[in-house]
Ligand binder design. Structure first.
Ligand code: SAM
Length: 302
C-alpha cells in the first residue's frame, strides 16, 4: 500500500511513515494517541489512511500544537491536540474521560520545525539565545546548564548523552570562558566547542558542535526520564491487542525502549513485534537525512 500523504506545506517529513501505517492497520478505526504530534506529519498520514475514531495529539511545544492544528484541520476528522508532556498521558486521558487507547506512537527527539525556528536555540547553524526548551513554560534553559553546572556535570552530560570524546576538554573550556563572560548564544557556545577539539579531529560529516548540542537538549528537556515515564504510563493505557510504537534516534533512548519491552514480555504483558528494530530504507535516508539513525520498535499488549 502506498500511504496517502498530505505533502503540501509539510515542514517536518515524518520518518518511517509507511511502516507505521502498516503496523497500525489492524487497529483501523480505533482511538490513537500520538505523544509527539510535532508538525502533524504522522498524524495526517494516520488520520488519512486509518480513519481513527479519535486522534489525540500531545506535544510539549506550543508552536508545534499550533502548526499541527492548522495542518490537521483540513482533514475534517476528529482530533484533539493537547499542550503537555506525554509522560502525563494518564492524567490527560483521565481528563478526557478515556480509559484505554488502541495505539500509542512516540516519535522522539526534535522536529525540523524546532531546529529551523528562529530564537529557539536548538541549532548551531544560526545565532540565537541559548535556550533549547521545548516547553517555554519551564525554567531550565541551555544557558542555565552551560553557565551554572560544574565542569564535572557538564563533562558527564556531554559524554553520556552526546558520546562526545572531547567532553572533558569542552567542559573545562566552557568553565574557563564563563569566568570572563556568560555564554548566552548558540554561536558563542559553538565557538568554544570548535576551539576545544583540535582541527584534525573535527568530524568530517557533522559539525563539531553536533554532539554537545544534542546532549544539552536531552538534559534541558529531561528526555530520558520523560521516555521512561511515557512508556510506563502508556502501557497501562493500552487496550488488549493495542500497539505501542516508539521511534528513537539515540542509542540511549533505543536501549530504554528495548529493555522496557523485554521486561514487559517477561511479565507476560504482551509481546514484542519487532525482534530487530525497523530502520529506514536507503531511499528514505537519501530523501531525508534526518532519519538515518531512526529505529522503530513495536510492542503489542495481550
Ligand atoms: C520528531 S518530532 C515529532 C514529529 C511528528 N511525528 C511529525 O510527523 O510531525 C518530536 C516532537 O516531540 C515533542 N516532544 C519531545 N518530547 C516530548 C514530551 N516529553 N512530551 C510531549 N512532546 C514531546 C517535540 O516538541 C517535537 O515536536
Amino acid at each position: 500500500m502506498r500511504v496517502e500523504q498530505k505533502e503540501k506545506n509539510l515542514i517536518h517529513k515524518p520518518v518511517l511513515v509507511q511502516e507505521v501505517i502498516e503496523l497500525l492497520k489492524p487497529l483501523k478505526g480505533g482511538v490513537f494517541l500520538d505523544g509527539t504530534v510535532g508538525g502533524g506529519g504522522h498524524a495526517a498520514a494516520i488520520i488519512s489512511n486509518l480513519d481513527p475514531k479519535l486522534y489525540i495529539g500531545i506535544d510539549r511545544d506550543e508552536d508545534a500544537i499550533k502548526v499541527a492544528s492548522q495542518y490537521l484541520k483540513g482533514l475534517n476528522k476528529k482530533f484533539i491536540l493537547i499542550h503537555d508532556r506525554y509522560s502525563k498521558m494518564r492524567e490527560i486521558l483521565a481528563d478526557l474521560k478515556i480509559k484505554k487507547v488502541d495505539a500509542i506512537l512516540l516519535d522522539l527527539g526534535i522536529s525540523s520545525l524546532q531546529l529551523q525556528a528562529e530564537g529557539r536555540g536548538f541549532s548551531f547553524l544560526k545565532n540565537d539565545p541559548l535556550d533549547m526548551r521545548m516547553d517555554r513554560r519551564q525554567n531550565l534553559s541551555a544557558a542555565h546548564v552551560v553557565n551554572t553546572y560544574s565542569a564535572h556535570d557538564l563533562e558527564r552530560i556531554f559524554r553520556e548523552y552526546g558520546e562526545e570524546r572531547w567532553a572533558k576538554k569542552i567542559a573545562k573550556n566552557i568553565v574557563e570562558t564563563r569566568k570572563r563572560f556568560p555564554i548566552t548564544t548558540t554561536e558563542a557556545l559553538a565557538k568554544v566547542i570548535e576551539f576545544s577539539i583540535p582541527k584534525k579531529f573535527h568530524p568530517k560529516k557533522i559539525h563539531p558542535a553536533t554532539k554537545v548540542f544534542q546532549a544539552l537538549r536531552i538534559e534541558v528537556n529531561n528526555e530520558l526520564e520523560e521516555l521512561k515515564g511515557g512508556l510506563k504510563a502508556g502501557i497501562d493505557a493500552l487496550n488488549t491487542k493495542g500497539r505501542f510504537l516508539v521511534i528513537s534516534f539515540h542509542s540511549l533512548e533505543d536501549a530504554i525502549v528495548k529493555r522496557t519491552f523485554k521486561e514487559w514480555e517477561a511479565e507476560n504483558i504482551g509481546h514484542i513485534l519487532t525482534k530487530k528494530p525497523i530502520t529506514p530504507s536507503v531511499q528514505e535516508v537519501e530523501e531525508n537525512i534526518r532519519c538515518r539513525s531512526a529505529k522503530l520498535r513495536v510492542f503489542e499488549r495481550s
